[in-house]
Design a protein around this ligand. Structure first.
Ligand SMILES: NC(=O)c1ccc[n+]([C@@H]2O[C@H](COP(=O)([O-])OP(=O)(O)OC[C@H]3O[C@@H](n4cnc5c(N)ncnc54)[C@H](OP(=O)(O)O)[C@@H]3O)[C@@H](O)[C@H]2O)c1
Length: 249
C-alpha cells in the first residue's frame, strides 16, 4: 500500500505526519483495502516525490518478489533467462530487472499477456496455452518461476547443464515437489533447483533506485476505486491482469 502518514506512535523516529510512504504491510496484519491502515515503521519506505501513489502501491510485494528472484539467481549479462508467469505482477518487474542486468529474457504467460511482456523488454515470448517451453528443446541458464505447473523433472530438462531453477509461486503440489526433490537434484547433479520465500520489503530501497534510474516502472493494468474492490478481485481472478491492478481513493 501507499499513503500519507497521519499520525505516529511515540517511539517512531523515521517518519512524521505528512510524509508519503509505501510498503508491504503483510507483516503488520495485511489490511491494505482501507482509507487508513496501521503499520509498523520498519515496513514502510519513503515514497520518492516522482513516484505516483498508484505506482508506489503496485510496487512493494510484486517488485520485491521480482527483484529477489533475479538477485537470488545471480542474473548477469550473457545469461539466457526464462521467466515463467512473466506477464503478471512479479513477472513484469523481474523481466525489467533481468534486462537491466544484461540478460537475454524469454517471458512465458498466456496469449493476452504477450504484448505486455514485450513492452517490459522480453526478447522472446511464449504463450503457455500454445507451447510447452519444457518440451521445445530450448535450454536456459536460469529459470525464474512465478507460476509452477510443470513437474520438477520437466523444469530440470529445460535447464542448461549447469542451470539454476528458482520457484517463487505456483500450484501447491509443485511447491512440495520442489521442496522435496530440489535439494536432492542439487546435491547429486550440476543443476540447482530451489524455492524462494519472500522477505517483505527486503530490497525495496534498491527497487526505488532502479525506478529513479528509469530501469523499472510498475505496469498497472487497471485502477479500481475502493468501493469497487470486489470487482477488482473478480477481474484479477478472471486471469486478465497484465502486471498489477491498484485500488485508488
Ligand atoms: N515465494 C513467496 O514467498 C511468495 C510471496 C508472495 C507471492 N508469491 C506467489 O508468487 C506468484 C507470483 O505472484 P504475482 O503477484 O506475480 O502473481 P500474478 O500477478 O497472478 O502473476 C502470475 C502470472 O502467471 C501466469 N500463469 C498462470 N499459469 C501459468 C502457467 N501454467 N504458465 C505460465 N504462466 C502462468 C498468470 O497468468 P494467467 O493466470 O492469466 O494465465 C499470471 O500472469 C504467485 O503464485 C504468488 O502467490 C510467492
Amino acid at each position: 500500500m501507499a499513503g500519507r502518514v497521519e499520525a505516529v506512535g511515540k517511539d517512531v523516529t523515521k517518519f512524521q505526519p505528512g510524509d508519503d510512504v509505501f510498503g508491504d504491510i503483510s507483516g503488520s496484519g495485511w489490511g491494505g483495502f482501507a482509507e487508513y491502515v496501521c503499520a509498523r515503521e520498519d515496513t514502510l519506505t519513503a515514497k520518492p516525490a516522482g513516484m505516483s501513489f498508484d505506482e508506489a502501491a503496485a510496487m512493494p510485494q510484486a517488485g520485491v518478489l521480482g527483484l529477489s528472484g533475479v538477485r537470488a539467481l545471480g542474473v548477469q549479462a550473457g545469461h539466457n533467462v526464462l521467466i515463467n508467469g512473466a506477464g503478471g505482477g512479479a513477472g513484469t518487474f523481474a523481466v525489467q530487472i533481468a534486462k537491466h542486468f544484461g540478460a537475454e529474457v524469454t517471458g512465458v504467460d498466456s496469449g493476452i499477456k504477450l504484448e505486455v511482456m514485450r513492452s517490459v523488454g522480453a526478447d522472446h515470448v511464449i504463450d503457455y496455452t500454445q507451447e510447452d517451453f519444457t518440451k521445445n528443446g530450448q535450454r536456459y541458464d536460469l529459470i525464474l518461476d512465478m507460476a509452477a505447473h510443470h513437474s520438477t523433472f520437466d523444469y530440470k530438462r529445460a535447464l542448461a547443464p549447469e542451470g539454476r531453477y528458482l520457484m517463487e509461486g505456483g500450484a501447491t503440489g509443485r511447491i512440495f515437489q520442489t521442496l522435496l526433490l530440489g535439494p536432492l537434484i542439487s546435491i547429486f547433479g550440476r543443476k540447482k533447483m530451489s524455492i524462494l520465500m519472500l522477505r517483505p520489503n527486503r530490497g525495496l530501497d534498491l527497487l526505488v533506485e532502479l525506478y529513479e534510474a528509469g530501469a523499472v516502472k510498475p505496469v498497472i493494468d487497471r485502477r479500481f476505486p475502493l468501493n469497487e474492490g470486489a470487482d477488482a478481485l473478480r477481474y484479477f481472478g478472471a486471469q486478465q491482469t497484465r502486471g498489477k491492478i491498484v485500488i485508488t481513493m
